[in-house]
Design a binder for this molecule. Structure first.
Ligand code: SF4
Length: 249
Protein backbone atom coordinates (compact mmCIF):
# COMPACT_ATOMS: atom_id res chain seq x y z
CA UNK A 1 0.00 0.00 0.00
CA UNK A 2 1.06 3.55 -0.55
CA UNK A 3 -0.09 6.96 -1.77
CA UNK A 4 -3.62 6.33 -0.53
CA UNK A 5 -4.02 3.25 -2.72
CA UNK A 6 -3.87 -0.44 -2.03
CA UNK A 7 -3.55 -3.57 -4.11
CA UNK A 8 -5.53 -6.78 -3.83
CA UNK A 9 -4.57 -10.03 -5.50
CA UNK A 10 -7.46 -12.31 -6.51
CA UNK A 11 -5.90 -15.74 -7.11
CA UNK A 12 -9.05 -17.06 -8.76
CA UNK A 13 -8.71 -14.54 -11.56
CA UNK A 14 -4.92 -14.18 -11.42
CA UNK A 15 -5.37 -10.42 -11.20
CA UNK A 16 -4.05 -7.62 -9.06
CA UNK A 17 -6.49 -4.74 -8.65
CA UNK A 18 -5.72 -1.29 -7.44
CA UNK A 19 -8.15 -0.05 -4.81
CA UNK A 20 -8.63 2.91 -2.54
CA UNK A 21 -7.53 2.25 1.03
CA UNK A 22 -11.06 2.33 2.39
CA UNK A 23 -12.01 -0.30 -0.20
CA UNK A 24 -9.12 -2.47 0.95
CA UNK A 25 -10.18 -2.00 4.56
CA UNK A 26 -13.68 -3.24 3.79
CA UNK A 27 -12.48 -6.23 1.82
CA UNK A 28 -10.12 -7.13 4.66
CA UNK A 29 -12.72 -6.66 7.36
CA UNK A 30 -13.37 -9.62 9.61
CA UNK A 31 -16.97 -9.77 8.39
CA UNK A 32 -15.93 -10.76 4.88
CA UNK A 33 -14.75 -14.32 5.16
CA UNK A 34 -15.33 -15.77 1.72
CA UNK A 35 -13.74 -14.96 -1.60
CA UNK A 36 -17.10 -14.99 -3.38
CA UNK A 37 -18.42 -12.43 -0.95
CA UNK A 38 -15.31 -10.26 -1.44
CA UNK A 39 -15.84 -10.30 -5.19
CA UNK A 40 -19.48 -9.31 -4.83
CA UNK A 41 -18.49 -6.44 -2.58
CA UNK A 42 -15.85 -5.35 -5.04
CA UNK A 43 -18.49 -5.27 -7.76
CA UNK A 44 -20.73 -3.24 -5.48
CA UNK A 45 -17.91 -0.83 -4.68
CA UNK A 46 -17.18 -0.35 -8.34
CA UNK A 47 -20.83 0.02 -9.30
CA UNK A 48 -20.91 3.59 -8.13
CA UNK A 49 -22.93 2.74 -5.05
CA UNK A 50 -19.85 2.02 -2.97
CA UNK A 51 -17.14 4.25 -1.62
CA UNK A 52 -17.01 7.72 -3.03
CA UNK A 53 -20.71 7.72 -3.84
CA UNK A 54 -23.17 10.03 -2.17
CA UNK A 55 -25.72 7.19 -2.46
CA UNK A 56 -23.54 4.72 -0.61
CA UNK A 57 -25.54 2.59 1.77
CA UNK A 58 -24.73 -0.54 3.69
CA UNK A 59 -22.88 -3.19 1.69
CA UNK A 60 -25.54 -5.51 0.29
CA UNK A 61 -26.16 -8.78 2.07
CA UNK A 62 -28.00 -11.65 0.48
CA UNK A 63 -30.79 -13.24 2.47
CA UNK A 64 -31.29 -16.97 2.45
CA UNK A 65 -34.80 -17.92 3.55
CA UNK A 66 -35.85 -21.34 4.78
CA UNK A 67 -39.55 -22.03 5.20
CA UNK A 68 -39.66 -24.63 7.94
CA UNK A 69 -42.97 -26.44 7.62
CA UNK A 70 -43.09 -27.55 11.24
CA UNK A 71 -46.78 -28.49 11.15
CA UNK A 72 -48.31 -30.44 8.31
CA UNK A 73 -51.68 -29.80 9.88
CA UNK A 74 -53.98 -26.92 10.77
CA UNK A 75 -56.71 -26.04 13.24
CA UNK A 76 -58.66 -23.99 10.68
CA UNK A 77 -60.49 -25.08 7.54
CA UNK A 78 -60.34 -21.98 5.35
CA UNK A 79 -62.66 -22.21 2.38
CA UNK A 80 -59.88 -21.27 -0.03
CA UNK A 81 -57.07 -23.18 1.65
CA UNK A 82 -54.23 -23.80 -0.81
CA UNK A 83 -52.81 -26.56 1.36
CA UNK A 84 -55.70 -28.99 2.01
CA UNK A 85 -56.18 -27.73 5.59
CA UNK A 86 -52.45 -27.53 6.11
CA UNK A 87 -51.68 -31.11 5.11
CA UNK A 88 -50.78 -30.49 1.46
CA UNK A 89 -52.75 -33.66 0.72
CA UNK A 90 -50.51 -35.82 2.88
CA UNK A 91 -50.80 -37.36 6.32
CA UNK A 92 -51.23 -34.75 9.05
CA UNK A 93 -48.10 -34.62 11.18
CA UNK A 94 -45.98 -32.35 13.36
CA UNK A 95 -42.21 -31.98 13.20
CA UNK A 96 -40.34 -33.25 16.25
CA UNK A 97 -38.03 -30.86 18.14
CA UNK A 98 -35.03 -33.07 17.28
CA UNK A 99 -35.76 -32.92 13.57
CA UNK A 100 -36.33 -29.15 13.72
CA UNK A 101 -32.93 -28.72 15.40
CA UNK A 102 -31.23 -30.94 12.79
CA UNK A 103 -32.81 -29.08 9.87
CA UNK A 104 -31.82 -25.74 11.35
CA UNK A 105 -28.20 -26.91 11.59
CA UNK A 106 -28.44 -28.22 8.01
CA UNK A 107 -29.67 -24.84 6.79
CA UNK A 108 -27.12 -22.76 8.67
CA UNK A 109 -24.31 -25.03 7.49
CA UNK A 110 -25.20 -24.04 3.94
CA UNK A 111 -25.76 -20.30 4.26
CA UNK A 112 -22.51 -18.35 3.81
CA UNK A 113 -21.57 -16.93 7.15
CA UNK A 114 -21.54 -13.33 5.93
CA UNK A 115 -25.09 -13.50 4.65
CA UNK A 116 -28.41 -13.38 6.47
CA UNK A 117 -30.10 -16.69 7.27
CA UNK A 118 -33.85 -16.25 7.65
CA UNK A 119 -35.80 -19.06 9.30
CA UNK A 120 -39.54 -18.83 8.67
CA UNK A 121 -41.81 -21.08 10.74
CA UNK A 122 -44.68 -22.10 8.51
CA UNK A 123 -47.37 -24.73 8.11
CA UNK A 124 -50.27 -25.55 8.15
CA UNK A 125 -50.40 -23.85 11.49
CA UNK A 126 -46.87 -23.73 12.94
CA UNK A 127 -47.99 -23.02 16.52
CA UNK A 128 -49.31 -26.60 16.64
CA UNK A 129 -45.62 -27.61 16.67
CA UNK A 130 -44.49 -25.20 19.37
CA UNK A 131 -41.68 -27.42 20.69
CA UNK A 132 -40.17 -27.66 17.20
CA UNK A 133 -40.17 -23.85 16.88
CA UNK A 134 -38.47 -23.49 20.27
CA UNK A 135 -35.85 -26.13 19.38
CA UNK A 136 -35.07 -24.56 16.00
CA UNK A 137 -34.90 -21.06 17.45
CA UNK A 138 -32.52 -22.24 20.19
CA UNK A 139 -30.15 -23.68 17.57
CA UNK A 140 -30.37 -20.53 15.42
CA UNK A 141 -29.68 -18.25 18.36
CA UNK A 142 -26.78 -20.34 19.67
CA UNK A 143 -25.12 -20.43 16.28
CA UNK A 144 -25.71 -16.72 15.67
CA UNK A 145 -23.90 -15.96 18.92
CA UNK A 146 -21.14 -18.54 18.57
CA UNK A 147 -20.38 -17.69 14.92
CA UNK A 148 -21.08 -13.95 15.05
CA UNK A 149 -23.54 -14.21 12.17
CA UNK A 150 -26.99 -12.85 11.38
CA UNK A 151 -30.00 -15.13 11.77
CA UNK A 152 -33.54 -13.80 11.48
CA UNK A 153 -36.70 -15.56 12.60
CA UNK A 154 -40.32 -15.21 11.46
CA UNK A 155 -43.58 -16.99 12.11
CA UNK A 156 -46.65 -17.07 9.85
CA UNK A 157 -49.70 -18.02 11.89
CA UNK A 158 -53.48 -17.96 11.74
CA UNK A 159 -53.39 -16.54 15.28
CA UNK A 160 -55.80 -18.98 16.93
CA UNK A 161 -53.20 -20.38 19.36
CA UNK A 162 -51.53 -17.09 20.23
CA UNK A 163 -51.75 -16.44 23.95
CA UNK A 164 -49.85 -14.16 26.32
CA UNK A 165 -47.13 -16.71 27.05
CA UNK A 166 -46.57 -17.44 23.37
CA UNK A 167 -46.50 -13.76 22.46
CA UNK A 168 -44.05 -13.00 25.30
CA UNK A 169 -41.73 -15.75 24.08
CA UNK A 170 -41.93 -14.79 20.40
CA UNK A 171 -41.31 -11.10 20.93
CA UNK A 172 -38.54 -11.60 23.48
CA UNK A 173 -36.97 -14.14 21.10
CA UNK A 174 -36.98 -11.63 18.23
CA UNK A 175 -39.35 -13.71 16.10
CA UNK A 176 -41.40 -11.54 13.73
CA UNK A 177 -45.06 -12.52 13.78
CA UNK A 178 -47.34 -12.44 10.75
CA UNK A 179 -51.03 -13.13 11.40
CA UNK A 180 -53.47 -13.93 8.61
CA UNK A 181 -56.98 -12.68 9.19
CA UNK A 182 -59.87 -11.98 6.83
CA UNK A 183 -61.86 -8.82 7.19
CA UNK A 184 -64.13 -8.39 10.24
CA UNK A 185 -65.96 -10.97 12.33
CA UNK A 186 -68.51 -12.03 9.74
CA UNK A 187 -66.00 -12.49 6.93
CA UNK A 188 -63.41 -14.22 9.11
CA UNK A 189 -65.96 -16.69 10.48
CA UNK A 190 -67.31 -17.44 7.01
CA UNK A 191 -63.98 -17.72 5.21
CA UNK A 192 -61.78 -19.11 7.98
CA UNK A 193 -63.83 -21.35 10.27
CA UNK A 194 -62.26 -23.70 12.81
CA UNK A 195 -61.83 -27.28 11.66
CA UNK A 196 -64.71 -28.13 13.97
CA UNK A 197 -66.91 -25.71 12.01
CA UNK A 198 -67.03 -23.21 14.88
CA UNK A 199 -66.26 -19.51 14.35
CA UNK A 200 -62.63 -18.44 14.73
CA UNK A 201 -62.80 -14.66 15.02
CA UNK A 202 -62.87 -14.50 18.83
CA UNK A 203 -59.98 -16.92 19.18
CA UNK A 204 -57.87 -15.00 16.65
CA UNK A 205 -58.51 -11.57 18.07
CA UNK A 206 -58.50 -12.23 21.81
CA UNK A 207 -54.71 -11.84 22.10
CA UNK A 208 -54.24 -9.10 19.53
CA UNK A 209 -54.61 -6.25 22.01
CA UNK A 210 -51.88 -7.77 24.14
CA UNK A 211 -49.70 -8.29 21.08
CA UNK A 212 -50.18 -4.68 20.01
CA UNK A 213 -49.37 -3.39 23.49
CA UNK A 214 -46.24 -5.51 23.68
CA UNK A 215 -44.95 -5.27 20.13
CA UNK A 216 -42.71 -2.33 19.27
CA UNK A 217 -43.82 -2.19 15.63
CA UNK A 218 -46.94 -3.39 13.90
CA UNK A 219 -47.91 -3.30 10.24
CA UNK A 220 -51.29 -4.17 8.79
CA UNK A 221 -51.15 -5.34 5.20
CA UNK A 222 -54.21 -5.50 3.03
CA UNK A 223 -54.29 -7.22 -0.33
CA UNK A 224 -56.45 -4.39 -1.58
CA UNK A 225 -56.32 -1.16 0.37
CA UNK A 226 -59.74 -0.11 -0.76
CA UNK A 227 -62.20 1.96 1.22
CA UNK A 228 -63.88 -1.30 2.21
CA UNK A 229 -60.59 -2.71 3.54
CA UNK A 230 -59.94 0.45 5.52
CA UNK A 231 -63.43 0.24 7.05
CA UNK A 232 -62.88 -3.40 7.93
CA UNK A 233 -59.51 -2.66 9.53
CA UNK A 234 -60.95 0.16 11.57
CA UNK A 235 -63.68 -2.17 12.88
CA UNK A 236 -61.16 -4.73 14.06
CA UNK A 237 -60.40 -4.69 17.78
CA UNK A 238 -56.91 -3.36 17.18
CA UNK A 239 -55.21 -0.28 18.46
CA UNK A 240 -55.14 0.88 14.87
CA UNK A 241 -53.36 4.10 15.77
CA UNK A 242 -50.32 1.96 16.45
CA UNK A 243 -50.50 0.20 13.10
CA UNK A 244 -48.78 1.33 9.99
CA UNK A 245 -51.39 0.37 7.43
CA UNK A 246 -49.67 -0.62 4.24
CA UNK A 247 -51.15 -1.80 1.00
CA UNK A 248 -49.47 -4.92 -0.34
CA UNK A 249 -50.70 -4.40 -3.88
S1 SF4 B 1 -54.81 -21.23 8.16
FE1 SF4 B 1 -56.29 -21.65 6.54
S2 SF4 B 1 -55.15 -21.29 4.64
FE2 SF4 B 1 -53.64 -21.56 6.27
S3 SF4 B 1 -53.16 -23.74 6.26
FE3 SF4 B 1 -54.80 -23.44 7.75
S4 SF4 B 1 -56.67 -23.86 6.63
FE4 SF4 B 1 -55.06 -23.50 5.10
Amino acid sequence: MGSGRGYVYFPRYGKVLQLALDEVALLNSHEVRYLGRRLELLEWLRSGLGFGSANRGEPPRRRFGLFLNVANDCNLACVYCFAACGTYGKRASLMSPDLAAQITHYCLDRVPIDEVAHLIYFGGEPLLAWDAIVASHRVGLERARAEDRRVRFSLVTNGVLLCRETIDFLIDAGITITISIDGGEEIQNRQRPMKTGKPSFAAVTQSLSYLLAKSPRVCAYSRKMSEVAMRVLSRMPLAVSKCAIVSAL
